[in-house]
Design a binder for this molecule. Structure first.
Ligand code: GLY
Length: 397
């Protein structure tokens, strides 16, 4: 016999976005369940370095993304404090600042332009000569052309964050169902009224929130026009560790044009990340590792002394305009919380506030409104197909 359950909201996807949204919704009194086909931490969350660095990661021509990332980074200290108080678990948050370094003259010219943009936007960032950079981070390579210090930037351990979110969700009365793969939608006319799982359960809900990262395009149980235009963008990362309990050879987030290094308090150093349009491939390649190690070594030679812990590849959920999709989907009963591309960890607090606000029938913040999926309704069919070309389910059609 089919097992039937009833909730106010079902979240498809138990990464940082699904869990954070569900926690906030449960805090507002909603009966929620999160369905995760694997065991958290999974998906992009498990691979993410956890940089909370909107200033250092600033790119030209993306003012809306900057508004979103700055707004979410301002929410982070309170979000983490509340989470840690609710669970007694550390989320590995550290406000250690970041230092972006130019390794040659070309990189220096590029970094100067980014720094001019940072200053014109009033962001907290200072240009430092090599000597000043090395005073902050003595392990830096002996020869480089200056850097930009952003003292307010932070990082978090995404795996610890997910653990704390799962505990907070449970404490707030929400359910996390792992090993639970959604295979079908339940429809009431044209309205999405719940989902069915591979195990044959029916979960009825007033709203289904799609928070399944890079996989919304493959959500065959939704009508085609309701599948969001998200494509997978592969990223490979490495995990190193100080030997015999030694701390990492850098205190701050370090970055050059081609690599970033994120130290953790437990002695690990995360080296990231490649950016590859390879569809749903998650193979760790020799070329990817070579590139990451070579660039990490150019920046911080002491990495050569560290223990190699492992390597991983994950899939970022990319969208046509690099902005996430947060808000009503294309059919009644569906809400989207996906498409966070390179900023899923950073945008979790803002996304969670926006989705829980929307679910409560209120209006999300002006920053969150920038991510409303309705903005993409102008996109033509061919643009949507182009963006989803790496989705085998789409190509086969
Ligand atoms: N946020 C860093 C990355 O996507 O690689």
């Amino acid at each position: 016999m089919t097992e039937k359950h009833s909730y106010d909201v079902v979240f498809v996807g138990g990464g940082v976005i699904g869990l954070a949204c569900a926690w906030r919704a449960a805090q507002r009194g909603a009966r929620v369940a999160v369905l995760e086909r694997a065991e958290p931490p999974a998906g992009a969350t498990n691979v993410a370095a956890g940089m909370l660095a909107p200033v250092g990661e600033l790119t030209f021509g993306e003012p809306e993304l900057l508004e979103l990332t700055l707004a979410s980074s301002r929410l982070y200290p309170e979000f983490v404090a509340e989470l840690e108080a609710a669970t007694g678990e550390s989320a590995g948050y550290a406000r250690q600042g970041s230092l972006h370094v130019a390794l040659d003259r070309d990189e220096a010219a590029q970094l100067r332009r980014v720094h001019d943009l940072q200053r014109s936007l009033g962001l907290e960032a200072e240009w430092l000569a090599p000597r000043q950079c090395r005073r902050l981070e003595p392990g830096l390579t002996p020869s480089f052309n200056g850097g930009v210090h952003a003292p307010g930037e932070a990082s978090i351990d995404p795996r610890a964050l997910v653990g704390a979110l799962a505990a907070a969700l449970s404490a707030a009365g929400g359910e996390l169902r792992t090993g639970s793969e959604v295979v079908d939608g339940i429809f009431d006319g044209e309205r999405l009224a719940g989902v069915r799982t591979a195990a044959g359960e029916e979960l009825h809900a007033a709203t289904v929130v799609l928070a399944n990262g890079a996989w919304p395009g493959q959500t065959a149980w939704l009508p085609e026009h309701a599948r969001p235009p998200v494509r997978p963008v592969k990223g490979e990362v490495l995990e190193l560790r100080g030997r015999d309990g030694a701390p990492p050879p850098a205190e701050r987030i370090l970055a050059s044009e081609r690599v970033y290094l994120v130290p953790r308090e437990d002695g690990r150093l995360i080296v990231g990340a490649t950016v590859e349009e390879q569809g749903f491939d998650t193979t760790v390649t020799a070329g990817g590792i070579l590139e990451l190690l070579r660039e990490a070594y150019r920046l911080l030679p002491d990495v050569a002394e560290m223990e190699m812990v492992g390597s991983l590849a994950g899939l970022r959920p990319g969208t046509p305009d690099n902005l996430p999709l947060i808000g009503p989907g294309a059919i009644d009963g569906l809400v989207l919380a996906t498409g966070h591309f390179r900023n899923g960890i950073l945008l979790a607090p803002l996304t969670a506030d926006a989705v829980s606000t929307l679910l409560a029938g209120e209006t999300p913040s002006p920053a969150a409104a920038l991510a409303n999926p309705a903005r993409l309704s102008f996109s033509t069919d061919s643009e949507r197909k182009l963006n989803r070309a790496s989705d085998p389910a789409i190509v086969a059609r």
